[in-house]
Structures are given as C-alpha cells and as structure tokens.
Design a protein around this ligand. Structure first.
Ligand SMILES: C[S@@+](CC[C@H](N)C(=O)[O-])C[C@H]1O[C@@H](n2cnc3c(N)ncnc32)[C@H](O)[C@@H]1O
Length: 185
C-alpha cells in the first residue's frame, strides 16, 4: 500500500478515494480545537465568515473513523474540550495531558487502546510516536483527517507505516507532501 493524500473539506467529502476500499489500522489526529479554532483555520484557508459548527465537525470525524478505520482512535485536543469529545465519541479509555507550551495545555485522548508508554511531557513528533509505537503492535497504516503540516506523516515515516492523510488547506498540504512519496488523490 502506498501513502495517499487529499485536499478535501471533511464536512463535505467522505474521503473514499483516499482509501480505495482499504481500512487504516488507526486514526491519529490533532484536529481544530473548538469553534474559535475551526473559524481560525477557515480564515487561514481564505474562508473567513463561512459557517462552521463544532459538534457537527466532531461528528464528521466520527463518521470517517467508523468508515475507514479498523482499530483505535487517538485525538489531540485542548483540555477544555474533553467533555465535548466524550459526548460524541463516548468515554475515552485513557487521557494524557501533554503541554506544548505554558499557554496551551492539551491532551491525547484514546479510544480502543491504551498506550503502554505515556506521552505526557513529550512534544512534536514524539507525542504521536510514543502513542503509536506503544499501543499494541506497530500499526501498518495511520489515518489523519486534518494532517496540517504533517507531524503524523513524519511519524508514519519513522514507524514505516502507510499514511492516509487529508488536509483542508492546500498550502499546508503542500508542506506535508514533501515528507513522504504521497500519491495525491
Ligand atoms: C491543529 S492543525 C493540525 C496540526 C498538525 N498536527 C500538523 O502537523 O500541522 C488542524 C488542521 O486541521 C485542518 N482543518 C480544519 N478544518 C478542516 C476540514 N473541514 N477538513 C480538513 N482539514 C481541516 C486545518 O487546516 C489545520 O491544518
């Protein structure tokens, strides 16, 4: 299986051509954090003022997870959004607090698997790498529906896993495209 990437809005696209009938071993993503951050990323994509809905956004991630993934789910989010995510995805099996910097405490929430090693205190690629290399057998494939500048693509490279990546913003996707030999769909 080769790495694939697409430039789609997950509110509008089911990403079927990214998977071509395959399923990823897990989903790991750092999607937008809350309504304000959703709007911020739309503005960054030249879509200032477009209507966005926070819970509907989480429901779309859940839909894509159920459609394209056969194993566990890992999401990074800000600490104040734990309740919102559990409202949509159900009670998490583990929650780890990670600090990017003093202003932005965030967490990794896990459903369907618990990493043997805690990512607490890690940053950058080390956070997904710790989770994804210790939750079970090393995943053969990882899906990130909001891949941004590609931390999960870098993690796939380090793990030797196939990357299924999607990103709304073409400029951010272009950065990630340089990390792995992606087929763009
Ligand atoms: C917190 S950033 C991801 C950071 C990422 N871990 C990285 O390595 O850069 C969230 C990403 O979600 C993307 N995004 C926001 N809304 C989206 C949507 N509707 N569909 C797909 N991607 C979206 C943003 O453009 C942004 O790149």
């Amino acid at each position: 299986m080769g790495h694939r990437i697409s430039n789609r809005d997950i509110m509008l696209d089911d990403l079927d051509d990214l998977f071509q009938g395959e399923k990823a071993d897990c989903l790991y993503s750092d999607p937008p954090w809350g309504l304000g951050n959703l709007k911020y990323w739309r503005t960054m994509n030249g879509q200032k003022g477009v209507n966005v809905e926070w819970i509907a956004f989480l429901e779309r991630i859940k839909f894509l997870y159920q459609r394209h993934v056969k194993g566990p789910l890992f999401l990074e989010t800000g600490v104040r959004f734990q309740g919102d995510l559990e409202g949509v995805f159900g009670k998490s099996d583990a929650v780890y607090t990670v600090i990017y910097n003093t202003k932005l405490p965030n967490m990794v929430m896990c459903w369907g698997a618990v990493p043997r090693q805690s990512p607490e205190g890690t940053s950058g690629i080390q956070t997904p790498y710790t989770v994804l290399s210790t939750y079970g057998t090393i995943p053969n494939s990882i899906f990130d529906c909001c891949v941004g500048l590609g931390i999960v693509a870098k993690t796939c490279k380090k793990l030797g896993a196939t990357c299924y990546a999607n990103e709304l913003n073409p400029k951010r996707m272009a950065v990630t495209q340089k990390i792995l030999p992606f087929e763009t769909v």
